[in-house]
Design a protein around this ligand. Structure first.
Ligand code: F6R
Length: 585
């Protein structure tokens, strides 16, 4: 949820660190800080706000020194204050630390350290790491890192800078990647932190420690035994995070979908076949994900059942601990995740593996922990998604799900990349009509989204977008459930969005629209056919294959949420309290 970066090289560290933090700000963004070493002293500047703001007020990029560490924070322990911002130093100010994760035993450690005379200056769990390093340093930095890691419980990735110019990092259940440049080293939460400087990466594993001292890199485990990992060449395109002509990353990513739904079809044939073979021969299948990716899981289940005649169960990753405890040994877990770093998803994978299951995954970040834990994975290939709200990754997941289902039913769907692209382009061209609907919804405090069958997961997804981007209470409802309770909420000024393209759900959903209208509510229809019952109609194109409607009907919902975010003065790229990669439980 936080991003951490360390740099040691031949160039000025601070501007590089600030640049890297801007690229990783999507991971968390309530405060920022940097520590550098200049003339044998550790300098720290940190404060509340986004990277650009804090850099402007504290002139971080002008800090001297060629060695340093940096951090963007998404608060877990301790409020959003300057003193809780990282880096954190120990008593003698000869060590500074940045951390991502949660130290579960920090209270016990803090009590022990306080009893030994250590004085804490923040409310964070992280500060114990700095004090532990200070206590353990007498045996040298190597031993201090090992002893400190052994004392910590929980999940962590941290980078420390020492007064002698050494930087060191350690990883346990949080990502940490070394960037190997010609003139220095990076230690980062994400390849985006260094990809503008080098495409050579070493992915640390759980229980690894790395030390860069006088420009030599050493990697060893928590027992001190040397560890060797290959240098991986990372695709440069992963670093392409410019928002171009668009006001926000979110808007760009919504518009990118006309290309990204096509890119999702570009799969390595061998991997695709392996994925489908494992899935097609599975005795029992569970599909998991969180948030938006869970909505894709629901759609995948429908698609497999309807077209592949394959039964699967869906499990929210945050519920997997309770739901997967009785998995059969020869099961398959399909994990869906944009980032491949969501802690709940990784936990469900771990649990499934411990019960003998094979892991298939659908992900966007091919260098992620999930990719490395999977027996086979498919990439949505939609490029970095920076906006906190998932948009192009959702339609990328859907396009992939259609492709896999099509293979499993021997081409019964007839997926066509060209058809996807044209349909998405048509919806995006309809932005004026979507803006009119947004006007009708402006000021609403509750919005309901209704759909049946494949449209129900889209209703859930639309509601999630409205909540996180526009801060409006929104609820996705299976339209057939209306009469079982939610109809009581329908009255004058209630806003209801009906997902109602012309397929086998159409006439039942139209009946629901009439029931709602009769109670005085405002009905907005997203459909390929106009109907008098709609107070406002958002037209989507008619598709030859009705199973593909979710791919296009979600786009007006993304645009509506974006427009309402602007109307409510929310920065759609950085909604409050959220982070793009949820790496804590
Ligand atoms: C919603 C959103 C989140 C993520 C969820 C899972 O717009 O972005 O709900 O979908 O945190 O993230 P991934 O897919 O990276 O596992």
């Amino acid at each position: 949820m936080c991003s951490i970066i360390g740099y040691k090289g031949k160039n000025s560290a601070a501007p590089i660190l600030v640049d890297s933090l801007k690229k990783m700000e999507y991971r968390g963004y309530d405060s920022v800080g940097v520590a550098t070493i200049d003339d044998g002293s550790i300098l720290v500047r940190k404060g509340i706000g986004k990277v650009i703001e804090v850099n402007k007020s504290l002139n971080i990029s002008e800090m001297a020194g060629k060695i340093g560490i940096g951090h963007t924070r998404w608060a877990t322990h301790g409020g959003v204050t300057d003193s809780n911002a990282h880096p954190h130093s120990a008593c003698n100010k000869n060590i500074a630390v940045v951390h991502n994760g949660i130290i579960e035993n920090y209270k016990e450690l803090k009590a022990e350290l306080t009893a030994k005379g250590h004085v804490f200056s923040s409310e964070t769990d992280t500060e114990v790491i700095a004090h532990l390093l200070e206590i353990n340093i007498s045996g040298g930095i190597r031993k201090a890192m090992i002893d400190t890691c052994k004392s910590l419980k929980g999940n962590f990735a941290f980078v420390a800078v020492f007064q002698d110019g050494t930087i060191a990092g350690a990883r346990y259940e949080e990502p940490l990647i070394i960037g190997v440049a010609n003139d220095g080293y990076f230690i980062s939460s994400d390849v985006l932190g260094f990809l503008q400087y080098t495409d050579k990466a070493i992915f640390l594993e759980n229980g690894d420690i790395c030390i860069v001292d006088s420009s030599k890199l050493e990697i060893f485990d928590f027992e001190g035994s040397p560890v060797a990992h290959p240098i991986t060449q990372v695709a440069w395109e992963l670093g392409d995070i410019d928002k171009g002509k668009y006001a926000h990353h979110t808007l760009k990513e919504i518009n990118d979908q006309k290309q990204t739904v096509v890119h999702a079809g570009r799969q390595d044939e061998v991997m695709m076949q392996k994925f489908c073979d494992i899935l097609g021969n599975a005795k029992s299948i569970y599909i998991t994900g969180s948030g938006t990716s869970y909505h894709s899981a629901l759609l995948f289940k429908h698609m497999l059942a309807r077209f592949g005649k394959i039964r699967a169960e869906t499990v929210m990753s945050s519920e997997a601990e309770y739901a997967l405890s009785s998995m059969e040994a020869d099961s398959i877990l399909v994990a869906i995740s944009q980032s491949g770093e969501t802690a709940d998803v990784l936990d469900s994978v771990k649990l499934a593996k411990s019960q003998g299951a094979k892991i298939l995954s659908i992900l966007n970040v091919t260098t992620s922990s999930l990719a490395r834990s999977s027996d086979a994975f498919l990439s949505t290939n939609c490029g970095p998604e920076i906006g906190v709200a998932a948009t192009k990754s959702f339609t990328g997941q859907l396009a992939l799900i259609y492709n896999v289902t099509d293979r499993l039913c021997n081409g019964c769907l007839g997926t066509s990349k060209a058809e996807f692209a044209i349909a998405v382009e048509n919806v995006l061209a309809n932005v004026a009509s979507i803006a009119k609907a947004a006007e009708k919804m402006n000021g609403a405090t509750d919005i309901y989204l209704l759909g049946r069958s494949l449209h129900y997961p889209v209703a859930l997804e639309g509601a999630l977008k409205l909540k996180e981007l526009a801060y409006v209470h929104a609820e996705g409802i299976a339209a057939g459930e209306l009469k079982h309770g939610p109809l009581a909420l329908m009255e004058k000024n209630t806003i209801v969005i009906m997902l109602n393209p012309h397929d086998d759900t159409f006439s039942d959903t139209i009946s629901n629209a009439h029931e709602i209208k009769a109670r005085g509510a405002t009905v907005i229809g997203i459909s390929d056919s106009k109907d008098d019952v709609y107070d406002h109609w958002i037209e989507i194109p008619r598709l030859n294959q009705s199973a593909f409607y979710p791919l296009v009907e979600v786009i007006p919902l993304q645009i509506l949420a974006y427009q309402l975010a602007l109307a409510n003065s929310v920065d759609p790229d950085y909604p409050r309290n959220l982070a793009k990669s949820v790496t804590v439980r």
